[in-house]
Structures are given as C-alpha cells and as structure tokens.
Ligand binder design. Structure first.
Ligand code: ME8
Length: 509
C-alpha cells in the first residue's frame, strides 16, 4: 500500500565543512528515500543547514565578513556536495530563510500568549562552545568547553511541565526512539527532574539569530529555532494540505543530538498541540583509527580524500560502503583499506564477476540472445523463491531503517547466484545438455537482474549501467518481477562495471 513518508537529516551547522559524518546521515536518508519510492511511497526528503548562533557569528567576524555572507558560502558547499552525489532530496532548507523565520516567530508568539514561555533571571555556568547553560555537576566534570559564569535575564519554555507526558509517550510508542539503547538513554535521562529550557539570548551577547516577536532585545536560542525547520519545510503555516500529507516525520540523526531531538523537540510539539515525530533514529559514529574523528587528533577524513576514492571506483561505491559498513547501530571505523576491500569483495568479485560470467556464456553459446528456458527445476524454483524472499526481507529492514541489513541481504542473494552457477556449471552443460544450459543461464540472469533491482538505491548509477547492458526494457528504480526477463532479446554491449582495485596501489595513493 502506498504511503506518504517524510524523512529528514539534521540541519548541518555552517561553521564547518561537510565531512564523512554529515555525508553518512544524508546518504542513508537518500537510500531509504529511494527504497521507499521504489515501493511506491510518496516521499518527502528534507535536508538543509542550521545557520544561526554564536559560532557562525564568531566565524564570520574572524573572516571579516557578515554572518549572512558566511552562511551563503557554507550552505553552497553542502548543496554542491549533495549534487555531486546526485541526492534526491525534495527540499533544502536554510534556517535564515524568511519562510522559516516566520514559523519560528509565530510559534514563539503562540507559546508566549498561551503562557508556555516566561521571563526569568539566571546566574550560573554557560558553555560558549556548546551554546548551553550547564549544571554545576557538568561544569565540575569538565564536560563542556569554554565555560563562563554569567548572570542573565532570559525567556524560558516550560519544558518541565511535559516530563511525565513525555515519559508516558515514549513507553507507549516503542518505535518513537530507536534503536532501543538510545530510548533507554533518554528514559534514564528523564529520571532526573527536567528543567525549563532557556530559549533566548540577549542581543548584546549574540545578535545573529531570529528576534523574539515579543521582545526585540533578544534573539531565539539556536536549537529552538533549528528544530522547527522540520515543520516549516513540511508546510506548517504555508501549505496545510502538504503538512497534513507528510507530518509526522522520521528523523535520522547522530547520537550527539539525541536529547535535543528526543526531549526538547517533542515537548515543544506537545506545547504547540502538534503530533510528535513518528520515529527519531539516532545512529552511531564513524571513527577513524578507533577514535572519534577530529581535526585536532589528526584522524579527520575530509571530503576531498573521499572524492579521490570516488574518482577511482565511482561515487556509488562510497554510497554503498556507507550503507553496508556504516555506524547505524554501533560505531564503525573508516579506513581506505576497508573501503577498497569491501569494494573488491562485494562488488568486483561477487556482482562484477557474475555479470562477466553470465554475459560471456550467453554471448558465446547463444549469440548474445537471452536463451529460452525449459521448465524450471527444483533449484531454479529455489532461486526464484529466494529472490522474492530477499525482497520481502529488504522491505522489512526498510521499515526499521536498517540499511546495513538491506545491503547485507542483497549481497547475500548475489553470492547465492554465484553458488548456483558453480553447482550447475553451465559452461559444461552448454556442451553436453544445451537445453538445461539455457534454463540455468536464464535463471542466473533473471536472478542477477532481480538483484540489480534490489541494489539500485545503493548503487543507482552502476545499476542503471547494468540495466542498459541487459537491454531488457526495464525501468531502474522500480520493483521488478523475477520472470519478466525476455528470452530472445539481445544483450547490450558488455562493460566492466566493477573492475578489481589493485590493493597494492593502497600505499601509493
Ligand atoms: O548538530 N559519524 O549539526 P552538525 C557519523 N545543527 N555521523 C556524524 C559524525 C560522525 N563522526 N559527525 C557528525 C548539528 N555526524 C545541529 C543539528 S537539527 C535541527 C540541528 C552527523 O553539523 C550526524 O548526523 O554538528 C550528527 O547528528 C550531525 O552530523 C551533526 O551535525
């Protein structure tokens, strides 16, 4: 059944370049979107940039430009990277756009009028680096950088009043926070009394933000502003039909921003009277040399390095690698050895070899025309049934957003086609039993075609090339029937889709 499906990435800060981490979340959201579209769903995929706050103001000052100029330069870097990867996002929102400013100010005024926002003074610790008020305990433990003692009057959102309602909601909706360890993290966080959320910053300290509609001496706290993007882009206040169609969303985020998404955001929505997100899924970290990537540790992998790998083996391979080996549930270590090894094993050896073998045999024994099969035997039926089972399993993993499992499932099916060929040995049968050889080669090719359809969202460019080679009149990106391979049609020109990467070159790069 076709469904509308709204999925988002975090809005990335414009004080940094895009990197493996931001590319990971964005690519897997793209992959999930493509599988959903393949299934027939009406998908809305959103990404964008988070542009207000102290860090942007400071970075702009340092470079002698205005914050807006700074944002324009950085937002383009994200947009360019997403178009380099041919991503299928339906919208790219920047929090400095007027459509968003309008929503933020509307929500603030509404909550202020409802008595959900009040003014109060505070004296305590504030982390400039994290733009957060922190507790005495956090300060003592040294959990935040650049901490100063400040005394300030600000506006607060009555977040604490929603604590019990939020706990109840989380307990009653097992899919709301995923995976389960993250849900438990939030439930344990909620065992402490929840504080109200400071949602303003005085302009004298920070000018780069959205002005409070009820007090022009303040701007909005960057998280209160940024989270609202998810409803702005879905048409809140501007397009009610769109909003009714797509909201609530599925949010894919990294584990670093769990609390803001699973506590601030749902309580804000409760106060506004808007349904909560369907799911908030927080993935783990890409690490490098076993540690969180950081510029200061010198283990940071930038996108120029990644683009050089892509020049060698294709952009699709990076996408595939992100999905199959990425830190969806547990942290995962990035290395170029692992990248090329995965490429050689799964794509060059498994898929690539299979294409070569089958195409060469059909060219040699059937003049390049897809052979007409006889009755399918037990093993051939088993390949067909396994293909359908593989598709069902992929759709189940898709519901849970488990992209690693999707990739593993699809590749396991490709491996089973290789095994089938090794068992049936059509290169021998072609000489002794041509009818059986025709059935075997048809079965292998039908299975390969089916696996290519299932792999398409992971490797769209490569699989499109495969479908051109196959010349069966298929539309890539759609679900296919195993038996819709047309016997008698001539195969297209053969091309090496995944030439083996010579691991000896690793040290030369
Ligand atoms: O937090 N491994 O933006 P941000 C995997 N603007 N993913 C990683 C990663 C890594 N090593 N490093 C970063 C913000 N990420 C806010 C969000 S949303 C309304 C506002 C990814 O630029 C991961 O998705 O710091 C993480 O959540 C996100 O980048 C943080 O991006």
């Amino acid at each position: 059944m076709s469904q509308s499906f709204y999925i988002t990435t975090p809005l990335y800060y414009v004080n940094d370049q895009p990197h493996i981490g931001s590319s990971y979340t964005t690519l897997i959201v793209d992959i999930i979107s493509m599988y959903r579209r393949m299934k027939g769903d009406d998908v809305f995929f959103l990404t964008g940039t988070d542009e207000h706050g102290q860090k942007v103001q400071q970075a702009a000052e340092k470079n002698g430009i205005t914050p807006r100029e700074h944002c324009d330069i950085y937002a383009i870097r994200f947009q360019e990277l997403w178009s380099y990867f041919n991503l299928s996002n339906d919208d790219f929102i920047r929090t400095t756009e007027s459509r968003h400013v309008k929503v933020v100010q509307h929500v603030l005024q509404m909550l202020f009028d409802k008595g959900e926002i009040y003014k109060d003074s505070y004296e305590g610790w504030y982390s400039i680096a994290d733009e957060l008020f922190i507790s005495e305990k956090d300060h003592e433990e040294g959990n935040h950088r650049d901490v100063r003692r400040i005394s300030e009057t600000n506006y607060y959102f009555k977040m604490s009043t929603y604590q019990d309602q939020l706990i109840e909601y989380i307990n009653e909706h097992p899919d709301f926070i995923q995976p389960v360890n993250r849900k438990n993290e939030i439930l344990s966080f909620l065992k402490q009394p929840l504080k109200d959320l400071c949602i303003s910053r005085p302009k004298e300290r920070l000018a780069w933000g959205i002005e409070l509609p009820f007090d022009s001496a303040y701007v909005t706290y960057v998280w209160f502003d940024a989270l609202l993007n998810y409803i702005t882009a879905a048409g809140y206040l501007s397009d009610d039909t769109k909003f009714q169609t797509y909201w609530p969303a599925v949010h894919l985020i990294g584990k670093d921003i769990l609390t803001t998404h699973c506590v601030y955001w749902p309580t804000m929505l409760m106060a506004m009277g808007i349904p909560l997100p369907k799911t908030i899924f927080a993935h783990g970290w890409w690490t490098s040399k076993g540690q969180k990537m950081s510029k200061s540790l010198g283990n940071f992998i930038d996108m120029e390095t990644i683009q050089a790998y892509c020049d060698n083996v294709g952009k699709d391979v990076y996408r595939y690698f992100m999905a199959k080996e990425g830190p969806l549930l547990n942290d995962s270590d990035f290395s170029k050895e692992r990248f090329y090894q995965t490429y050689n094993t799964d794509l060059a050896n498994d898929f690539g070899n299979l294409v070569n073998r089958i195409f060469k045999l059909i060219k040699k024994y059937y003049n390049g025309k897809i052979p007409l099969p006889g009755n399918l035997g037990k093993e051939e039926q088993a390949m067909k049934i396994a293909a359908e089972a593989c598709q069902d399993a992929i759709m189940t993993h898709l519901e849970k957003l488990h992209v690693n499992a999707i990739a593993i499932e699809a590749v396991a099916y490709v491996t089973s086609i290789n095994k089938y060929l090794e068992k049936t040995e059509p290169w021998k049968l072609a000489k002794t039993d041509p009818d059986k050889a025709a059935t075997v080669l048809y079965t292998a090719l039908a299975s390969l075609r089916f696996s290519a359809a299932l792999l398409y969202p992971l490797l769209p460019k490569k699989m499109s090339e495969f479908f051109t080679m196959l010349n069966n009149g298929d539309v890539p990106g759609t679900l296919m029937q195993w038996q819709d391979l047309h016997a008698g049609r001539e195969l297209g020109e053969m091309k090496a889709l995944f030439p083996r990467y010579d691991m000896k070159l690793l040290n030369e790069e």
